[in-house]
Design a protein around this ligand. Structure first.
Ligand code: TYD
Ligand code: MG
Length: 459
């Protein structure tokens, strides 16, 4: 028996495998993450016999003969969720939904299950974390359920496999992968080898029987699904559910998607009756924007195919210490420093002795360079105490020479501004050819950051 077992050390952060213990993981550079786990060298005989049978049955197919009719997608009827999935659920797909504990993964999936069941799909919700009673309590908050949705509280994967084979559901939810365990693996649930083996089993079920499986995965504080980044390679789609604990909205983001685009986001709001879709995120983000103060401007960032308007706030004040303090909330700190250096050197605004705090209001995280112009103007506005009117929106990338560079999808951004009632848009001169004049919106094209500053000074 012992011959078939060997122990290896796995990094619990990224799944790096090593034959000896190490203090620091060479893969992800995390400290103290190696844990000893037993792995069986020999595959179980049933597995290998099945594999042999599979091997004999393997037959290549002509690409043009492969029909796509089976790939009809099932809609969850939660439009934001469907969009992030790339237009609904693909049969036989394995989808990982990651996120911090308490962010609303179980709620989102239960709501999706409810809609799918109402569409006459057989849905099986398997929870390893909560009791039937707890699930029922949550379900009562969400709404009415029909009898197509079945609940199972189980953590043993072999039992789960057996139940799935017997019940033949169309869609399965596993909540969460960290609680599942496989009898053949000795290590504790949630460890790398357990999670990897469990996902493997689920993948075989999904691909073999054409069942779509959603896997819930918890995220460690570093922001990766606990233990296994290994998991990300195995599944078809990786979605992260994120949000500020203190804000009520949540963002569902696709990180990997074999069946669609990865930059789509879905915006939700947590209510006491579950998650509500936010159909117009810009309006939601701009809620509560102060009027008539300096240090604030609205910028636009594309999230997937959707433009989202956000308020960028800056506070610049004289520093009392030798080294000025700078912070950036919701955007890249280094980018803010870079833009301030450009303002210092190319525009001649003295910021070297100033503290600066930049904030994307609403708690959104935005890193698209198109918000550069917004950040720069907010900093200038605060530093020089210039009030930028509420009806002005700005977007454009700022280069190191102070030039305002082109950004993609300028026309959509202008259209979004118009929709929300903005009457002036500051945008890069290079985008002139791609943007059509729109009645009621004044388009101010700028080539240099200086031009934009001149404009806000005289407006
Ligand atoms: P949950 O889906 O259990 O999170 P996860 O599965 O990601 O750990 O969501 C839990 C949080 O959501 C909890 O703090 C309560 C809150 N919540 C609401 O505010 N309203 C609701 O209708 C529901 C069901 C949950
Ligand atoms: Mg949960």
């Amino acid at each position: 028996m012992l011959k078939n077992k060997k122990t290896v050390y796995f990094c619990q952060e990224c799944g790096y495998e090593s034959s000896k213990w190490m203090g620091q993981c060479p893969g992800c550079k995390a400290w103290n993450t190696f844990v000893e786990e037993t792995v069986s060298v020999k595959k179980s005989s049933s597995g290998s016999m099945k594999q042999q049978a599979d091997r004999r049955a393997a037959e290549p197919m002509r690409l043009k003969d492969i029909s796509l009719s089976r790939d009809e997608r099932t809609l969850t009827k939660i439009a934001e969720f469907d969009r992030v999935l790339g237009g609904g659920i693909v049969p036989g797909s394995l989808v990982l939904v990651g996120g911090d504990p308490g962010i609303g993964k179980s709620t989102l999936l239960l709501q999706a299950c409810r809609n799918l069941a109402l569409e006459e799909k057989n849905v099986l919700y398997i929870s390893g974390e909560e009791s039937m009673r707890q699930i029922k309590l949550r379900a009562d908050r969400i709404g009415e359920f029909n009898d197509k949705l079945q609940i199972l509280c189980e953590t043993n994967l072999e039992t789960i496999r057996e139940v799935i084979e017997r019940k033949k559901p169309d869609i399965v939810v596993i909540d969460s992968i960290q609680t599942m365990f496989h009898e053949e693996i000795n290590s504790a649930p949630g460890s790398v080898s357990q999670v990897r083996e469990s996902t493997n089993v689920l993948m075989q079920i999904a691909k073999g029987q054409g069942i779509s499986i959603f896997i819930v995965g918890h995220v460690t504080k570093e922001g990766n699904v606990a233990g296994p980044r290994v998991l990300e390679h195995m599944v078809d789609t990786v979605l992260y559910f994120e949000g500020d604990r203190h804000a009520s909205y949540r963002i569902l983001r696709a990180v990997k998607n074999r069946f669609g685009s990865t930059n789509e986001i879905g915006v939700f709001e947590m209510r006491n009756t579950g998650l509500e879709e936010v159909k117009n995120p810009s309006e939601f983000m701009l809620n509560g924007k102060p009027t008539g103060t300096s240090g604030s401007i609205v910028a636009c960032s594309m999230e997937g195919t959707r433009p989202i308007l956000v308020e960028i706030q800056a506070l610049v004040c004289q520093s009392n210490f030798g080294i000025p303090r700078r912070t950036a909330v919701g955007t890249d700190f280094n980018r803010v420093n870079l833009l301030m250096a450009v303002l210092e050197k190319k525009v001649g605004i003295h910021l070297a002795s100033c503290d600066a705090y930049v904030n994307i209001a609403g708690g959104m995280k935005m890193t698209e360079p198109a918000i550069d112009l917004g950040i720069s103007l907010a900093v200038v506005s605060s530093c020089k105490d210039i009030v930028i009117p509420d009806s002005v929106m700005a977007f454009g990338e700022v280069g190191l020479s102070g030039e305002v560079r082109a950004v993609s999808m300028a026309a959509q951004r202008v259209a979004e501004a118009k929709k929300l009632g903005f009457d002036t848009v500051i945008l890069p001169e290079v985008c002139r050819s791609s943007v059509k004049e729109i009645s009621g919106v004044r388009l101010v094209y700028v080539s240099w950051i200086q031009d934009a500053i001149k404009f806000i000074r005289q407006i």
